[in-house]
Design a protein around this ligand. Structure first.
Ligand code: PMP
Length: 326
């Protein structure tokens, strides 16, 4: 089946309505479907929140016409906001901890934004503080603050969630997604639970991250390489509502790295480590539904592949695990 899109007026009109593709296909398995978010114009899931947050903030006057947004970001949100900012006449400044990929920072600059780096050791909390400090020094500057802004999750409640349910005609047994800000999972989960309160909701994070502790599980805090998901700092997990989540699954870096290679080689998906972590968690959930260990309302699992591996080639994502500079 091919759908032909009508011509559209702006790049902003190409955000969302991404493909939902069956992965791990095997006839006797419970199907897993992944939303391919690299099909967005800025090539990640974060285009959705860039467009949604800026449009809402311009509408309600939080962001003045011609104003500036200053945002702490690992990169994809910067690109998503920069795509929207450029088309909506808004200036953009991004505060990015040094460890994040240079490709992303180059793309933010290419889209007309200014990038400010903060030391890796200060973490995302340091970038958040710096963004507020920069905004205070400017007139007309606003910090959307994806880590605490409900509009982040609202974007997924309004778009990603309905798209998944429409594509699967409402037959969604479980939703599984990586949590960085947790906006993606919270928005999809809120929508899914309204459609069916029995939908099984699974958060995914790297081993060593602390979302599990918010759900009452143990987790030893440890550094990890998987990029874009996980939390080490309470300032980055404010959107996460444990009440909406049935379980938190941790994926070790080594497994995510191997799954990145497998997804490319066997399934043709050029996706990065957070997608690989989601893929493994979704497959495990599908296996438990198949084996009768997990009671889900339908025999299907939906997940999200947030971005593409092209963005991490400089970090050796397709090299061996030890030299992967995640
Ligand atoms: N994967 C990647 C590559 C990301 O950049 C992000 C956003 N930090 C996520 C997953 C997680 O998305 P969210 O912030 O909506 O939880």
């Amino acid at each position: 089946m091919t759908t032909h899109r009508e011509p559209v007026a702006s790049v902003l009109d190409t955000i969302g309505e991404t493909p939902l593709v069956r992965v791990h296909a095997s006839p006797d398995e419970v199907p897993v479907y992944a939303k391919l978010e690299s099909f967005n114009p800025g090539a990640s899931v974060k285009d959705r929140i860039g467009k949604y947050m800026l449009e809402r903030m311009l509408e309600d006057g939080t962001l003045p016409e011609g104003g500036t947004v200053v945002e702490p970001t690992a990169g994809n949100t910067g690109i998503g906001i920069a795509v929207a900012a450029g088309q909506l006449g808004v200036e953009a400044v991004f505060v990015v901890p040094e460890r994040f990929s240079v490709e992303k920072q180059q793309l933010m600059r290419a889209l007309g934004a200014t990038v400010v780096n903060t030391p890796t050791d200060d973490g995302m909390g340091g970038a958040i503080q710096r963004a507020h400090a920069i905004a205070e020094e400017m007139d007309d500057a606003v910090v959307p603050q994806q880590f605490s802004n409900p509009l982040n999750a609202d974007a997924h409640y309004a778009t990603t969630g309905p798209e998944i349910f429409d594509a699967l005609e409402g037959e969604v047994g479980a939703v599984v997604a990586g949590c960085g800000t947790a906006g993606t999972l919270m928005g999809i989960a809120r929508y899914a639970l309204e459609r069916n309160p029995d939908t099984h909701v699974v958060a995914v994070e790297p081993a060593g991250s602390l979302y599990a502790t918010l759900k009452g599980d143990d987790s030893e805090e440890e550094a990890y390489k998987t990029e874009g998901i996980g939390t080490h700092d309470p300032a980055t997990n404010e959107l996460f509502d444990p009440e909406l989540v049935d379980e938190v699954v941790q994926i070790p870096d080594r497994d995510a790295h191997a799954e990145v290679q497998r997804l490319a080689r066997e399934e043709g998906h050029l996706v990065a480590s957070s997608a690989a972590a989601a893929s493994l968690a979704a497959r495990a959930v599908a296996g438990r539904i198949r084996d009768g260990e997990l009671d889900a309302p339908h025999d299907s699992v939906a997940t999200v592949f947030p971005d593409s591996s092209e963005r991490y080639l400089s970090k050796g994502i397709y090299g061996d695990f030890e030299s992967w500079d995640g």
